[in-house]
Design a protein around this ligand. Structure first.
Ligand code: IVH
Length: 678
């Protein structure tokens, strides 16, 4: 490459990187994966090194992305928030160590190895022990004031407990959504007939930047802290000491970090981290390696990259420190091809395109299908039937098509034409204003009816034994059911002709349906398929109103008051019960003998007790244990905190057990649990 070509390529790459920075930091809507972004940036940085005259100080490689958005006050950080250089390569990590060893005159360096949390950076200011500010990174010098939103984070103490209490301290960390919470929110999206969010990081970023604090509170953001900004007076002299101080203040910290000496031990710790990271509450896409001693971090040879002899200190403050390095784990990816694109009709009529793939092994499971999200996404990526594609599984997230390998595209392929009508009932599809989702508007669409009934009978709702997809199909096919109410009117005689020697089957199914007439109220509420209402919200509603009649009559003001309910959910519930066809459905269900049971009154054995489950129990499944806890008025939570009453642990319990021990939360085994239940 000559310098003219390099110049062109650099200009091109800079524009690309700037565009993706904007999408990621400001809009939380990246179009490419982190891995691809890192590759672009690396290619650019390499060219800039090779052709220095072209490179300028203000290149995107020399900058922290900028997340500042309209609507927030700007606050200057007392100490700049930097970012880190990434590597995917152990050799580069060893070079990082070699540079430090040379500058400090010894190989025997102490490091910390921490999970690299895939969240949104924040800086919290505590003054005399009180949380006064939460600010995003912004451009590194100045960020957006998100204090009101940060105060909705349940695990974030408004005051520092314990000693010492510095006059002023900036503490850095990462705001995230747990995989569990991300799933819950996506479930609500599905129930609302809305598009899925692509990943927890973007949703966390989007949530932290909401102007509606109530909406923020309805999503359970979490935070984990790991870094020190400005502090007066100093509180620690090393990173490991600072981590211990954070825990002593009762702040949320990483479940595990390693304090090690020498680069071989660093590499060992990274391998161990890779083994354990899937058990962490937050998404972890790598490790951050830090020189442990603050004195060594500040050593003149080990300042910030670019803080050279020419003393460009001002610009340099924005750069990455030389005492830390991020080692990223490559994503699980595989190449395959698209056999077909099909359209799924959801319970609410949402039309979701799905890529039917040539089966491929990815991170231990065979992937046959990947969501294409919506019409706009297919068009943007230009995914076509017959295309070779890369699929990626980032952590626990459903596989996604991340890129089309255009060079392998078969001749004569045509762009995918999104259907204008429901593929099942052929009703013209509609698109709600400003939404991306096309929808089948026909309430009698056979696919919507089928899915509503399936949902009602499913494990998370009425949990009717033996009434899965296949049997629902069979009953529909023979015209025996048209809605959920008909299930309760089925008779053995009607079922007999459906299967050869089906007496036992028919008797069992009718008995199973009858047995669920008295099921938990929350299961019925969940089963109704009210938009925005998943299992967790259904439990809240059952606890608050205790009967379908009371819920049907509840004014919106009472609904909004429920912890975790925003205006949107309250309005959706209100709207559902206001609809005459739904009121008729409720009357018919009650007339058919449905008698839902309200949850146990508080005062019973485990009322109000919060349990966390971990490991494999000797006899109970997790679901069974959770059902017992809830039936006794207790609550099951996904992560251990000071508010946890018991950790119920079985074999191969993971990091939750460590955390329970660290926090002094009682850990009980199954036998003791069963005794508690009486
Ligand atoms: S240290 C100079 N530690 O990843 C110190 N950062 O790519 C920089 N991050 O800007 C921060 N986990 O937003 C540090 N354990 C960890 C981290 C972490 C996630 C984020 C942080 C940082 C970015 C660097």
């Amino acid at each position: 490459m000559d310098s003219a070509e390099a110049n062109k390529q650099i200009t091109y790459l800079r524009a690309q990187v700037a565009r993706h920075d904007e999408l990621y930091y400001r809009h939380a809507k990246p179009e490419i994966s982190d891995f691809d972004y890192d590759r672009l940036k690396r290619e650019l940085a390499d060219l800039e090194v090779q052709f220095p005259p072209v490179a300028a100080d203000e290149s995107v490689t020399q900058r922290v992305g900028d997340d500042r958005t309209e609507g927030f006050a700007r606050v200057k950080h007392r100490q700049a928030m930097t970012t880190l250089d990434n590597t995917y390569d152990e050799a580069e990590l060893r070079e990082f160590h070699a540079r430090l060893a040379k500058a400090l005159g010894t190989e025997d360096l102490a490091y910390t190895v921490e999970p690299k949390i895939d969240g949104v950076a924040v800086s919290l200011t505590y003054e005399h022990g009180r949380l006064t500010r939460a600010v995003t990174r912004g451009d590194g010098e100045e960020g957006d004031d998100v204090t009101a939103n940060a105060r909705t984070i349940r695990g974030l103490p408004p005051t520092l407990h314990g000693q010492p209490v510095p006059a002023l301290i900036e503490i850095r960390g990462e705001v995230y959504l747990s995989v569990e919470e991300f799933r819950r929110i996506n479930q609500l999206q599905e129930e609302a007939g809305e598009a899925h969010y692509a990943n927890p990081r973007n949703l966390a970023a989007g949530t932290l930047k909401q102007l509606d604090t109530q909406l923020v509170a309805s999503r359970r953001l979490e935070v984990v802290l790991y870094g020190l900004g400005h502090c007066e007076p100093p509180v620690a002299d090393s990173q490991s000491g600072f981590q211990a101080q954070l825990a002593a203040w009762d702040l949320p910290v990483v479940e595990k970090f390693w304090a090690v000496r020498g680069i071989d031990a660093v590499c060992g710790a990274i391998r161990e981290l890779d083994q354990r990271r899937r058990g962490f509450a937050f998404g972890t896409d790598g490790a951050v390696v830090k020189l442990d001693s603050f004195a060594q971090q500040a050593h003149k040879g080990v300042g910030y990259r670019g803080m050279g002899a020419d003393g460009r200190a001002e610009a340099a403050r924005k750069l990455s420190p030389r005492w830390a390095c991020a080692f990223k784990f490559p994503p699980d990816r595989a190449e395959t091809w698209v056999r077909n694109i099909t359209i799924q009709v959801g319970r609410t009529g949402a039309l979701t395109p799905v890529a039917e793939l040539e089966p491929v092994l990815l991170a231990g499971t065979t992937v046959k299908r990947a969501t294409l999200h919506n019409a706009d996404e297919i068009a943007r990526k230009d995914v076509r039937v017959g295309d070779a594609v890369l699929v990626e599984k980032a952590g626990e997230i459903i596989p996604a098509v991340v890129a089309v390998l255009v060079s392998k595209r078969p001749a004569g392929s045509a762009p995918y034409a999104f259907p204008q009508q429901c593929p099942v009932c052929t009703t013209a599809a509609v698109r709600v204003e400003d939404g991306v989702v096309w929808r089948c508007p026909n309430p009698q669409c056979p696919e919507k009816v089928r899915r509503r009934i399936e949902h009602f009978a499913s494990k998370g709702c009425l949990d009717i034994d033996g009434l899965g997809e296949e049997i629902v199909d069979l009953l529909l096919h023979h015209g025996l059911i048209k809605s959920i109410v008909d299930l309760f009117h089925l008779t053995v005689d009607q079922l007999l002709p459906l299967k050869k020697s089906g007496e036992v089957w028919a008797g069992n199914l009718i008995a199973a349906i009858a047995a669920r007439r008295g099921t938990d109220l929350w299961r019925v509420i969940h089963g109704l398929g009210i938009p925005q209402v998943g299992a967790a919200s259904a439990k809240d509603l059952a606890r608050t109103f205790r009967s379908l009649d009371a819920l049907a009559a509840a004014p919106e003001a009472d609904l909004v008051r429920i912890d975790g309910f925003g205006e949107k959910t309250a309005a959706a519930v209100r709207a559902w019960f206001a609809e005459e066809t739904n009121r008729a459905l409720l009357r018919e269900l009650l007339a058919a003998g449905l008698r839902p049971t309200p949850p146990a009154e508080s005062g019973s054995g485990l009322a109000g007790k919060v349990f966390v489950l971990t490991g494999t129990l000797p006899t109970l499944t997790r679901e069974e244990a959770a059902a017992k806890i809830e039936a006794a008025g207790g609550k099951v939570s996904g992560s251990v905190s000071k508010k946890t009453h018991y950790v119920l642990a079985g074999d191969e319990a993971g990091s939750k057990l460590d955390k329970a021990r660290a926090l002094g939360v009682p850990v009980i085994a199954e036998a003791e649990f069963l005794r508690l239940l009486g």
